[in-house]
Design a protein around this ligand. Sequence first.
Ligand code: SAJ
Length: 412
Amino acid sequence: GRLAVIGMGYIGLPTATVLATRGIQVVGVDVNPRIVDAISRGEAPFIEPDLQVAVSGAVAMGRLSMSREMPEADAYIIAVPTPFNPDHTADLSYVQAAAEQVAAKLQPGNIVVLESTSPPGTTEKVSQWIGAVRPDLKMPHVVGSNADIFVAHCPERVLPGRIMIEMITNNRVVGGLTTACAIKAASIYRVFSQGEILLTDAASAEMAKLVENAYRDVNIAFANELSLITESLRLDVWEVIKLANQHPRVNVLSPGPGVGGHCIPVDPWFIVAAAPDLAKLIRTAREVNDHKPHHVAEQVINKARRFRSPAIACLGLTFKANVDDIRESPAVEVVGLIAGALPEVEIMVADPYVPELPKELQSNANLRLVNAGEAVDAADIIVLLVEHDAFKALRHTRHNGKVVYDTRGAWA
Ligand code: SAJ
């Protein structure tokens, strides 16, 4: 059968590519003509280990093609973004638009799988949105096991930087609006997954995914709160965590300049929105992590005030090490806060994965993108914001009288 993947981003493209590589005829759908053109030429539009070779192979074999229009297919996987609104509720407009476009093409027996991380109840809404466009179809949210369209949720859980490996090896949760929906969806993932495929209902699958990322957020918040406490006590947080982690049942994560990426800073809010009076710890963790970039910027600004005309080097802009993704990056936020507070100070920024200053920083006239070696040589104050492998080699520079603020413990 033919399969369409809607949304050629960090999840949709690798999923489409892996399916195509296993012999499925896959059409990738995206609204962005630049992305469609790049992939059509066999080029991955973002950096992810092993993705480029897989994309060019799948396109060259004729298994993976691109379209800006919704094609006819037997199975549809929706992998579009679910950002949040200013009030922290989910913005489901991309999911709804995708569902409605899919609806126009559906034939009895087809399956629609939602992969986008979504609040509880979204898979059922997908079925409702489809039913509204196609009253002729028997949808599972109305007729249950008598439905002629299958609707399921299979949340992605791959780690950026390891997507192509984890896509194959991770266990998958597949939640159906009915048991038949879950079984049908599982058959798609069996094509390439070597992990276990766990069948459940759609809402439990939705919640399980949110719980995974909220769990990580809460644990990082614990580490970030510790870093503030140890700083006030003049203790080295890395030393304290290293010692505590010697306990067989303790595994404190690493503090950093904040929590970024498109998932962990977003998903816990969907739980908070679903149970605002109960989700106290989850909300506080979000607040602790969101506050961390402000704290880091404030520390740097205070250090800078001790110099007459300091040169500041900020190393790293991406949301984490060894990726080129700057979405929700705490490093970008820190740099913006420092640059805004010290308009007369020259600030050098270096990141081997970022070829030009991000849009949100371009209005700061005191920012300059340079290479890391140059930045470190010229700086009085070095702020390490991302522990890229390329920066670890610059560790020795802390010995020549400069102020070093290592937010990641990369040089600890
Ligand atoms: N971070 C820390 N300290 C740590 C670990 C991470 O400050 O000890 C920071 C990172 O620097 C980054 C942020 O947290 O800014 C998130 O990074 P991450 O590596 O924890 O996670 P992501 O966003 O790359 O991917 C997560 C993963 N979820 C979990 O590990 C539970 C991934 O498996 C999910 O598929 C992904 O979210 C997603 O798309 O939901």
